[in-house]
Design a protein around this ligand. Sequence first.
Ligand code: LIP
Length: 264
Amino acid sequence: MTTTSQSSLIECAVSAAKTAGKYALANFSRRREVVKSFKHDVKLKLDQECQVKAISVIRKRFPQHSILGEEDDHDAYTGSAANGYQWIVDPIDGTVNFSHGLPVWCCSVGVWKDGEAVAGVVYAPALGELYTATSDQPAMCNNRQIKVSSVNKLADSIIMTGIDKEFDSKLKPLAIFTKLSFNTQKVRVIGSAAWDLCQVARGFCDGYFESAIYLWDIAAAGLIVEKAGGRTRMIKQPDLRHRLSYVATNGRIHNQLINLLTRQ
Ligand code: LIP
């Protein structure tokens, strides 16, 4: 891929993420307008409105590309476009945080070509943080290069994780949380996978794992981790609902973390 096309992709992804993120922040007083409530999740009107904002930016610049958004009717999704480009959008990642007024939430826009991430943007407007990466440019936070940590022992690490939306149906996330707690320095559950992954990328923590996360949560931030010198792995590939199991680390503790997670 030519550098020009990468720069046009990242420019559009930044514009889409910032348009959606700024709209969410400007409408923060409407954060409690709920479309549907679940026991451990919520769907907001602003989720839908921010996705429309982001997609309108993408469609205007790349009308031939396919787009997968968290708020879509996923049964209607027809997969990546004939030209191989797929935009993957989470308009508000950390929706429950956002709805309660917590500042840790972000808009994630990933661009994949033939199934490989080529550009990723994570914009956390309430924190003033813009994370970017392309397959041929390093990971940046607010235009400053970021790198993963040098922690090389799992026992000395902070691992970010999450409790998935449907955890009532199984206790697996809690069992993993317990196992991680005994084998790391600390485990953190912040509530925004894309932001968590960006903390691995900038070396503020050392790994991330969720047993049930969605493609739009990791599509941009996974590339940002890799371009910051880290490693990622889909332990379970996306199912028909785009749900998967995902690990990301600073590279140095990668095998230690995967061995712990896969050990009975
Ligand atoms: C959230 C993720 C988080 C996960 C939550 C939820 P959403 O995404 O960012 O890591 O633990 O269950 O999936 O729903 O806020 O876009």
